[in-house]
Design a protein around this ligand. Structure first.
Ligand code: ZN
Length: 108
């Protein structure tokens, strides 16, 4: 009687490894992730894209905010918002007392 093959065969393993490295490559190549993080740090020279999660719409507003528990009073963090997400992002910051200024960005 022949021994049964292990269910996790070598070819299944290499297929899984290939899809994993493909996912990593896609993550690194995705310009939205790092760009969004940079924009949230105030580096707005990158393409101005809305900071809302999963939104790739062009930003129409810059929301300047400060978390007094984390930041010195003069520090400003910046979120970018498209027309659609301006209200929800503004509400989020206003509810926590973080919002300082809303700047309308020139249309590009
Ligand atoms: Zn948006």
């Amino acid at each position: 009687m022949a021994a049964r093959r292990k269910p996790f065969s070598r070819s299944a393993f290499s297929a899984a490894a290939a899809s994993f490295s493909g996912a990593v490559r896609a993550f690194i190549a995705d310009p939205i992730g790092p760009g969004t993080l940079a924009a949230m740090d105030g580096h707005t020279e990158l393409p101005l894209v809305c900071s809302a999660r999963k939104c790739r719409a062009p930003a129409a507003f810059a929301l300047h905010w400060n978390n007094p528990a984390l930041h010195p009073p003069e520090r400003r963090k910046t979120w970018l918002a498209c027309v659609e997400h301006r209200a929800s992002l503004t509400d989020f910051l206003t509810a926590r007392g973080f919002l300082r200024e809303v700047e309308e960005l020139p249309a590009s």
